[in-house]
Design a protein around this ligand. Sequence first.
Ligand code: FES
Length: 106
Amino acid sequence: MPNITFIDYQGAERAINAASGDTVMEVATSNDVPGIDADCGGACACATCHVYIDSAWVEVVGAAQDLESEMLEVAEGVEANSRLACQIVITDEMDGLIVKTPESQF
Ligand code: FES
């Protein structure tokens, strides 16, 4: 069961056991992780699930696809390691994944 750690902009950490096959957004919203609103419910149409992938995990998580990249253009504070949490499907290889939530979503 992969363990995902969410770190907010103030440094508060929440480690959550996730199920492979769920998205990072689903894990966050079902565990009341602040800073991920997911207004569109995971349809890649709102960008309110914007997260930063910890540098050690960028390669494992992979790059955004075209539609996700277009949505990220409307998010605030986008960086090279930005992703939309609803587009990240958790795999066993992501055990230990660290994502950070942007201040703009609090
Ligand atoms: S939940 Fe809307 S884009 Fe991810």
